[in-house]
Each structure stands twice: as structure tokens, then as C-alpha cells.
Design a protein around this ligand. Structure first.
Ligand SMILES: C[S@@+](CC[C@H](N)C(=O)[O-])C[C@H]1O[C@@H](n2cnc3c(N)ncnc32)[C@H](O)[C@@H]1O
Length: 272
């Protein structure tokens, strides 16, 4: 009934989300509103457009943080970037996409690591970073690159000094870093477009799709993973933290790069 109300009255397809997750989020809303029966909640939802917005928002959890997984960022820095660099020809760019970037912490973490890697190399390696999310509001926030001190907890001191500028109570990402990132609105369930339109052709060396797949039913997870695999370069890496990927990638063209790290790699490279 709640799914139907959302679809018919508010044109929001919440049936695509994992059912256990949806029930958990509806229960959370009911407890906030002190409503004890589902039928009372459904009635409330029907009469209040604002609640439809609140429910959609809570279903689209947008929490993010800098360097959220130490393991993943360690692997990117120590193993993945050096391997990608080795097979790039002069003038070829390293292409990285954060799919479901929320407010930007993930892509800025990647940008800091890549920038440091390039500087410590000989500074000539080109790179192109893309970040997208279904929600235009978070994409705008990400592009602003403004954070509070409490959000900077995982950032190393030298990154903090190099890449942030304090402006009153706000810490702003250095605009040289922001300029390196192409931000856009993109729905990973869009059947027509596989990757952000500015990326033109996919061919990404790394795609991060962390902490997103858990929202969706198995069919939708499989759809997204397939699309991401199609956008990966032949030797590319797919990083999907928080998803049990193994069941989707059996017999696919990728294999676990590092067990339990949610990092997968297209098969067929010599150094694998
Ligand atoms: C929990 S946040 C994760 C942010 C970041 N990847 C991280 O791991 O910290 C998930 C993000 O995925 C976005 N999202 C959910 N469904 C999406 C879809 N179909 N297409 C693109 N983004 C989506 C949400 O708007 C949200 O910002």
C-alpha cells in the first residue's frame, strides 16, 4: 500500500529498493512521527506530500566521509595506481569515476591520493576524474567542496595543509583539486546512458560505487553492476564497498582483486 501510494500519488518508485531496507526505513519514519500502525502511516503519507519527500530522502541515505575505507584507499595508492600507470602510454589519461558520489568526500579522497601519486612520480601523468549522483542537490554540495572541521577527521595532516583552505568555520577544498573533477547528475538505473555524458566513452580505469548497491533489490543491483562492468576499461578495477558482489560477478569478466576488500578487477592482465 505504501509503495503504491508513493508510486501513484507521488510518482516515486520505491519498490526498487531492497524490501528489508525499505521496511526498516518506514519503521524509522513511523517512530519519528509516533505512528504505531502501518495503515495510519499510509494515511498520513497520502495526506502529506512532505512525508513523501522525507521517506524518499531517508531511502536515499547520503552519508559519506573522507577516506571511508582505509583498506580501499591503501590499495588504490599502493597497488592500483602504480599498476594502471605502468600500462599507460604517454599522453594517456588515468580515468576514474565515483558513481554515487554523494557530497563529494569520496572523489576528493581519490583526487588527493591521485594528485600525490602524480606529483611523487614525475608530475606528467594525466588524469581525469568524474563524480556523479542521482541527486542534484548533493552534486551541487560536492562541487562546492565545503566541509566542517568534524568532517575532516580521516584526513592526514599533509593533505589537510595542501588541499584545504580555512574560511571562517568552513574548510574549502583547494580549487585546483575541484577543477580536476567533472561533477554531474547521473542515475545508475538509467537504461539509455551507461556513464556520465561528459565522460563520452566509458573506459574507466577505476569505478567506485561504494555504499550504494545495498539500497536496491537484487535485480537492480545486477543491472547496475552490469552497466558498470561495461564502462570499465579492459584492465579496470571496480570497487563496490558494502555489496556482496561475488554472487553477481560469477562467470563475469572480473575477479576479486583482494579478498574481503570489495575490489574487483577485469580478468586478463599479466600482472593480475
Ligand atoms: C551512502 S551514499 C555513499 C557515498 C559514497 N559513495 C561513499 O561511499 O561514501 C550513496 C549515494 O548513492 C546515491 N544513489 C543512490 N541511488 C543512485 C542511483 N540510482 N544513481 C546514482 N546515485 C545513486 C545516493 O543519492 C547517495 O548520495
Amino acid at each position: 500500500m505504501i509503495i503504491e501510494t508513493m508510486e501513484k500519488k507521488y510518482h516515486e518508485s520505491i519498490g526498487i529498493y531492497d524490501s528489508k531496507f525499505t521496511v526498516k526505513m518506514i519503521t524509522k519514519r513511523m517512530s519519528v512521527l509516533e505512528i504505531t500502525s502501518l495503515s495510519d502511516y499510509q494515511q498520513y503519507l497520502y495526506n502529506n506530500g512532505d512525508e513523501a519527500y522525507e521517506l524518499s530522502k531517508i531511502l536515499l541515505v547520503q552519508y559519506s566521509s573522507f577516506f571511508r575505507s582505509e583498506t580501499i584507499f591503501g590499495l588504490i595508492k599502493e597497488a592500483i595506481l602504480p599498476a594502471i600507470k605502468l600500462r599507460k602510454n604517454p599522453g594517456e589519461s588515468i580515468r576514474i569515476w565515483s558513481a554515487g558520489c554523494s557530497t563529494g568526500e569520496e572523489i576528493y579522497s581519490v583526487a588527493m591520493v591521485v594528485d600525490e601519486f602524480v606529483r611523487k612520480d614525475n608530475g606528467t601523468q594525466l588524469y581525469t576524474l568524474f563524480a556523479s549522483d542521482i541527486d542534484a542537490k548533493v552534486v551541487e554540495k560536492a562541487q562546492e567542496g565545503e566541509y566542517y572541521f568534524e568532517q575532516l577527521g580521516n584526513i592526514k595532516l599533509d593533505y589537510y595543509h595542501r588541499y584545504f583552505k580555512k574560511m571562517g568555520s568552513i574548510y574549502k577544498v583547494d580549487e585546483n583539486l575541484t577543477k580536476k573533477i567533472d561533477f554531474s547528475v547521473h542515475d545508475l538505473l538509467d537504461k539509455r546512458i551507461k556513464s556520465p555524458t561528459n565522460a563520452i566513452f566509458g573506459h574507466f580505469d577505476i569505478i567506485l560505487c561504494n555504499n550504494l548497491l545495498f539500497y536496491y533489490s537484487e535485480d537492480h543491483q545486477a543491472f547496475i553492476i552490469n552497466r558498470l562492468l561495461q564502462s570499465l576499461s579492459p584492465d579496470g578495477y571496480l570497487i563496490c564497498e558494502g555489496a556482496s558482489m561475488n554472487r553477481f560477478v560469477k562467470n563475469q569478466s572480473v575477479a576479486e582483486f583482494k579478498s574481503h576488500a570489495d575490489v574487483y578487477k577485469r580478468k586478463g592482465e599479466k600482472n593480475f
